[in-house]
Design a protein around this ligand. Sequence first.
Ligand code: PBG
Length: 326
Amino acid sequence: MFPAERPRRLRRTPALRRLVAETNLAPHDFVAPLFVAEGLSEPSPILSLPGHFLHTVSSLCDEVRALQRAGVGGVILFGVPTTKDEVGSGAWSRDGVAQVALRALRDEFDDDLVLMADLCLDEYTSHGHCGVVRPDGTVDNDATIELYGRVAVAQAGAGASVVAPSGMMDGQVGAIRAALDGAGFDETIILAYAAKYASGLYGPFRDAVGVEIADGGNRRGYQQDSRNRREALREARADVAQGADIVMVKPAMSYLDVVSDLRRELDVPLCAYHVSGEYAMVKAAAQNGWIDGTAVAIEQLTAVRRAGADFVLTYFAREIAEELGR
Ligand code: PBG
């Protein structure tokens, strides 16, 4: 009887395939990135992220209600201020747009879904860098992490359960943990963007938040080099040693080797960020009728889980959660 191996037996029916599936995808595996903008009277569509909006506080709450109905696990909030300055002080001011929105979300949703806040300065700085810029144009690491501590305390005070530092400064997790503990926020979770690569896939996001890096600059001086794999482990281990509760790999699809490495080497929860450019590519091809967007989205999100991520930050959160619930 040749061949002896007959794997196709297990693929014959949907019920069999479901029974032996190694990876599952559920709505609670998704965290939805959301944008709240200051000074809007109504939500404004983000053209490069079809289906997404710059929200008012009120439309943000409507969206989170829909996400909650769909069973999504959490949301991560990005603030888009009307004014910026050299140090990004809007990121930690009590009346900063993210803090105002977090208080509204905390009031309505409490702990029904996990409220996360992206912790960075770039949306709030006039030069678009993720930190304090020295006269020579380089980013001052230690001055920056001091400010990150202030942002963390402001976000935790406004109701974030999780703060997610995305600036890739050395020592940022330790500085944030110390600031949070010092202010009595010892229950606040740190989700570290541990292995965040300098990527061409952040374009639609930067459009959405109106960030343009001054003088044609880039983030290669602080985000990781896409040629490096081992370095991700070094970054992630450092973050865990400094107190990170969860670590992230970003972007997702081009870095599944990194997801797989971190899953094997670390025992903290692990997530990956399926970023704006990854979403936009699928949407654009689907709009042209070149691919089945829903099928590709499910395939990609499953791949991120298969590589070892416990959950995925994705602009597909609502759409695919609703699809899975059908
Ligand atoms: C920085 C930040 C960025 C993203 C999340 N946090 C942009 C950057 O590093 O330039 C990108 C997310 C995406 O593309 O979906 N605050």
